[in-house]
Design a protein around this ligand. Structure first.
Ligand SMILES: C[S@@+](CC[C@H](N)C(=O)[O-])C[C@H]1O[C@@H](n2cnc3c(N)ncnc32)[C@H](O)[C@@H]1O
Length: 271
């Protein structure tokens, strides 16, 4: 499908511009944060876990990790875009957790500079669906499986075929009304979510419809995960019906955990 130069420019700079201007964080709808909260809550709380946030953006997952019994966890965030990582580091500094947070550039399709069997949880929240081909997504999943410990868990959230921007905004307004009251819901309805809808959600919907980014049926997502060497543990619909959350464990024997270190050159700076 042909796209106009303006649309093509928008597509190429979408995340980077959103991270740099902080519009990405500002316009995030409540249903998206709820999806992140649910993704984190799927993993039993335990001290000292190592989390890898694959395609971490600005590291919003950190907001949900610092609660309950998740003390002393180590958070590794990786992304191709330095703009998001800068924001992630600032977030860690502001939250006083920079000792336990590391943001590093990496391309999920090339492999990560982490030892095998070194991570307890891999979170891939709305990241793998942007990889253009099935082969790349499967490769990224396999590489993520390599760094997971045999007892580890993959938490994956990707858009569904029923992704509907208006349903996502509706759910977000209900959540806001319930959590923060009518004033916050009214403010967001009038002054924030119209921009979220037109600059963000509708753009994503167009990308999904055109096939440039991947929208899934639940069975299809589970099959892709299983074929990359995982066993599905849990599945649910999130994000106003616009995404699926799947958790899975790696199919690998618990045994010798001293695998070789995956040494991969990080891609050159893209900014
Ligand atoms: C929708 S954002 C999600 C960010 C974050 N996970 C969240 O939920 O807020 C998608 C992210 O995937 C990252 N990404 C896309 N392709 C990638 C790749 N090949 N390797 C690493 N990150 C990638 C983008 O740079 C972007 O930050």
């Amino acid at each position: 499908m042909k796209i106009s130069p303006v649309a093509s420019f928008y597509e190429q700079n979408y995340w980077r511009a959103g991270f740099q201007t902080r519009l990405y964080d500002f316009l995030t709808v409540e249903a998206y944060l709820e999806s992140l909260r649910k993704a984190v809550a799927c993993v039993p709380e335990k001290e000292g876990q190592v989390w890898l946030d694959a395609g971490c953006g600005t590291g919003r997952a950190m907001e949900f990790l610092g609660t309950g019994g998740r003390r002393e966890i180590r958070y590794l965030g990786t992304d191709v875009l330095e703009a998001g990582l800068r924001r992630l580091r600032r977030r860690a500094e502001e939250g006083g957790s920079n000792q336990r947070v590391l943001g590093f550039r990496g391309d999920l399709t090339l492999g990560l500079p982490l030892p095998e069997n070194s991570v307890d949880v891999v979170l891939a929240h709305f990241s793998l669906y942007t990889l253009p081909g099935e082969g790349e997504r499967r490769k990224a999943l396999r590489l993520l499986g390599e760094v997971l410990r045999p007892s580890g868990r993959l938490v994956l959230v990707n858009p569904s075929k029923t992704y509907d921007p208006r349903a996502i905004v509706r759910e977000s307004l209900q959540l806001l009304h319930h959590r923060k009251g009518w004033f916050s819901a009214g403010w967001h309805r009038c002054f924030v979510y119209p921009f979220s809808l037109h600059l963000g959600l509708k753009f994503v919907a167009r990308q999904l419809r055109s096939g440039r980014w991947k929208a899934y049926e639940l069975d299809e997502l589970c099959r892709e995960v299983e074929e990359a060497g995982f066993r599905i543990q849990h599945r649910e619909t999130v994000y106003g019906g616009g995404a699926f959350l799947v958790t899975a464990g790696p199919e690998k024997p618990a045994g010798d955990l001293s695998g070789p270190i995956t040494r991969v050159a990080l891609p050159a700076a893209s900014e």
